[in-house]
Design a protein around this ligand. Structure first.
Ligand SMILES: Cc1ncc(COP(=O)(O)O)c(C=O)c1O
Length: 377
């Protein structure tokens, strides 16, 4: 079986984790927290990084620290993982969905303005599957209206927009280090920002907003326990040390996939716009309508050949959990979202680990050729 994704744990990972155990620093204090935060801030090209326990809490922390709350609206792509929308809910704000762009699969820039109201507080673009959003245009829209740009960079470690890294492109950004991410800590997350106020609030909110000195147990705001452990950070630091290798492997594997799958008609391959560096968190393909096979049958046939794959996300406007009429900040799921609907119906991703080798990619591509009766492979 070729798995869809597995972590690449190597380098100093064992040494650092052993150090946590041997020194008893297994909780949320210790040298690895500081070093991972400082190292990750540098990696993104920003001043501040605040670690936390997963990407969903990173989103929640970022939104809350940036002042998003009840009565606000946040523009979110319809085509994303549900954590993006859920995090907006947690703050009491309402997510407002915008269809995907058919070339990048990220939020459609041309459909943002029609969704902005007097309550819009932020735009939260998602760099989907490792391809950055066209953030320049998003920033222009936001600046003209004095609203925030908060990046969901969960899937985009090391991706670049015009040579600036995702994470440094808006007012703040949130990352995930879940086991399938390019850099992983098992579970983990990070808020990054150049804004000292957002950073300070995020740090306080992460840890119950404890007071200072004699006032330690007087809490000015309701915070959370979203702390990362030193063990997670130890794994993270070891991953950061091999970040270039992990990212380059993803990009090289995508090129091998591209060169083999280019031959086969009816497949849309992942984008890389001229202004973008895609890190191919997941190598996604979309089955054009001209291919008569359903996505489900295609994935089943891949599995029979020992190849794991995953469906693209289901659109936000179709989520049963957003149809609960009792909720105050319920999003408007009416309207049409043709691109995200199409992507979700016809898109899937193939094995994408950084540790994948050329031989395995050839096996996957040959299996696809067989399933689609492409004889010249
Ligand atoms: C776009 C996006 N946002 C947020 C998250 C949430 O991250 P986590 O699973 O670490 O909570 C994910 C996870 O895959 C994601 O893909």
């Amino acid at each position: 079986m070729i798995p869809v994704c597995e972590p690449t744990l190597k380098g100093n990972v064992k040494k650092y984790v052993d150090e946590c155990i041997e020194t008893n620093w297994i909780s949320s204090q210790g040298r690895f927290i500081d070093e991972f935060e400082r190292g990750f801030a540098k990696f993104c090209g920003v001043k501040e990084a605040i670690s936390c326990c997963n990407g969903t809490t990173a989103l929640h922390l970022m939104l809350t620290a940036a002042g998003v709350g009840g009565g606000d609206e946040v523009i979110v792509p319809d085509f994303t993982m549900i954590a993006s929308a859920n995090a907006v809910f947690y703050t009491g704000a309402k997510p407002v969905f915008v269809d995907a762009d058919k070339e990048t699969y990220c939020i459609d820039i041309n459909k943002i303005e029609e969704k902005i109201t007097k309550n819009t507080r932020a735009i939260m673009p998602v760099h989907i599957y490792g391809h950055p959003c066209d953030i320049g245009q998003i920033r222009d829209i936001a600046e003209a209206r004095n609203i925030l740009v908060l990046e969901d960079s969960a899937e985009a470690h090391g991706a670049e927009y015009k040579e600036s890294r995702c994470g440094s492109l808006g007012n703040a950004a949130a990352f995930s280090f879940y086991g399938n991410k390019i850099l992983t800590t098992g579970e983990g997350g990070m808020v990054v920002t150049n804004d000292a106020d957002i950073a300070e609030r995020a740090r306080n909110l992460r840890n119950h907003f404890f007071g200072k000195g004699a006032d330690k147990y007087l809490h000015k705001e309701i915070g959370f326990n979203y702390r990362m452990t030193n063990i997670q950070a130890a794994i993270g630091l070891s991953q950061l040390e091999i970040a270039d290798e992990l990212i380059n492997a993803r990009r090289k594997n995508a090129q091998v996939y591209n060169s083999l799958l280019n031959e086969i008609n009816g497949l849309m391959l992942p984008p890389e716009k001229e202004w973008a560096k895609n890190v191919y968190w997941m190598y996604g393909i979309v089955l054009n309508e001209c291919l008569k096979i359903t996505k489900e049958d295609f994935m089943k046939k891949l599995l029979e050949k020992g190849i794991d794959s995953r469906s693209f996300f289901a659109p936000m406007h179709k989520q049963p959990c957003f149809a609960n009429k009792n909720m105050l900040n319920l999003p408007d799921c009416s309207g049409s979202y043709p691109v995200s609907t199409f992507l979700s119906k016809r898109g899937l991703y193939l094995p994408s680990s950084s540790s994948l080798n050329e031989e395995q990619i050839t096996v996957v591509c040959r299996a696809i050729a067989e399933i689609l009766n492409y004889v010249n492979f």
